[in-house]
Design a protein around this ligand. Structure first.
Ligand code: SAH
Length: 273
């Protein structure tokens, strides 16, 4: 028997119905996963109510969870995640959700603070460590830069570039309020890098690129590492690690599937500043 409802074909045969239900469940799970990653399930904005102590408890629980899940392995990254108050980098109406595994919206167009697990995902793959000269493209909230500042220590350095003026101002306020005054925060097109600070040991791009921008490859030190989501912004992207050998040779490897906002600027998906 065959019927058509709302343009969907339904075959009334037990075996095929079972298969169809099974396929639908898989598709639904994928869609829910995608929706979550896209941030469509962002909780509603509200007046912050949680106390400092509650948020600190949530931070500790989150770090424990990240270790259990295998995202967080190095002691330096763990210490940084324990120390930096993520809630200070989240806009007030979302502050109570700071430790939920969702990206949260930021002032500016197309900017989000990424979900908590994405920071150790990027930084462990980069092997970000003490004394590194680090460049981040896409400052967003400033949270990723603050974590990096803790990880690289006194002898290291952190520069971060943000293209959107409103987002840049938000990051600036957050970094000043939390006392991260020795991070070089720049307003501009990060796809061009920042040559006065080059060469960098580690570079992290936190927006989806069509391909790794050439100026950033040039500004990477031999022996250095760069990490970036590569792919179209409306689909999941490949998080790719690029390693530059001491002889200047380049090797790329796949890390994970991720979903990021588009890179803008000269080497981005849209040329708008
Ligand atoms: N790392 C951030 C999350 C960044 S979201 C954090 O920890 O909060 C991606 C950011 O990249 C957005 O703020 C977006 O405005 C910025 N961006 C996009 N294209 C850019 C470019 N070419 N240069 C610098 N920033 C860019």
């Amino acid at each position: 028997m065959y019927s058509r409802k709302l343009g969907v074909s339904v075959v009334h045969d037990e075996k095929t119905t079972k298969v169809r239900v099974y396929v639908c469940v898989i598709v639904a799970c994928k869609v829910v996963g995608l929706v979550k990653m896209l941030g469509w399930m962002v909780p509603p904005p509200k007046k912050p109510e949680k106390t400092r102590e509650e948020l600190l408890r949530e931070r500790r629980e989150k770090v424990r969870w990240l270790v259990e899940q295998g995202f967080l392995r190095s002691q330096r990254i763990l210490k940084a995640m324990m120390k930096v108050p993520r809630e200070e980098f989240v806009p007030e109406p979302y502050r109570d959700y700071a430790y939920l595994e969702v990206p949260l919206p930021l002032p500016g167009s197309d900017a989000t603070i990424s979900c908590p697990h994405s920071y150790p995902l990027f930084y462990e793959a980069l092997d970000l460590g003490e004394n590194d000269r680090f460049l981040e493209v896409g400052a967003g909230s400033g949270y990723g830069a603050a974590l990096a500042r803790e990880i690289v220590g006194e002898e290291g350095s952190v520069a971060t570039i943000e293209i959107d003026e409103e987002t840049y101002k938000f990051a600036k306020r957050n970094l000043e309020r939390t006392g991260y005054l020795d991070i070089l925060l720049l307003l501009g097109d990060g796809s061009l890098g920042y040559s006065p600070g080059a060469p960098y040991d580690k570079i992290c791009i936190t927006a989806a690129c069509p391909k790794i921008p050439n100026p950033l490859i040039r500004q990477l030190k031999p022996g250095g590492k760069l990490i970036a989501p590569i792919g179209r912004p409306e689909l999941v992207q490949d998080l790719v690690l690029l390693e530059k050998g001491r002889d200047g040779s380049l090797k790329t490897s796949f890390v994970e599937e991720v979903l990021y906002v588009p890179l803008r600027g000269r080497y981005g998906w849209s040329k708008r500043p």
